[in-house]
Design a protein. Structure first.
Length: 120
């Protein structure tokens, strides 16, 4: 399989597949689950509502998901954001959202493309 699009979007596919014992069907399952996950929407809503608790919870959940799936660029961004949120640096955490959003959209586009190719 060609994982170039996933790799270019920020996922270390080899690392993740190693955790999955090479089972591409599980890779597809996790990708589909990521696309259905509501934590990114929850994070954006929390930020709009100045809701620190929900922002921390959503960003922390995304950090865990990205770490588990070896989406390392997003993992690093969410790790930094969670630290800022927990330290009360709300403005700095919010200032990260354009970069986080761009990387998130890049990985979701690659995931959608990947799943579409799997059904063809």
């Amino acid at each position: 399989m060609n994982y170039a699009d996933l790799t270019n979007a920020g996922m270390n596919v080899d690392e993740f597949l190693k955790r999955l014992m090479g089972k591409e069907s599980l890779l597809n399952h996790f990708i589909a689950s990521f696309l259905k996950d509501s934590n990114f929407s929850r994070l954006k809503t929390a930020i709009l509502n100045n809701d620190t608790d929900n922002a921390i919870a959503a960003s922390h959940a995304l950090k865990g998901i990205c770490g588990n799936m070896s989406i390392n660029t997003l993992f690093d961004l969410f790790t930094a954001q969670v630290i800022l949120l927990r330290n009360g640096e709300w403005d700095k955490a919010i200032a990260m959202m354009p970069e986080i959003t761009a990387v998130y959209e890049k990985i979701t586009a690659a995931f959608n493309k990947w799943l579409e190719q799997q059904t063809n």
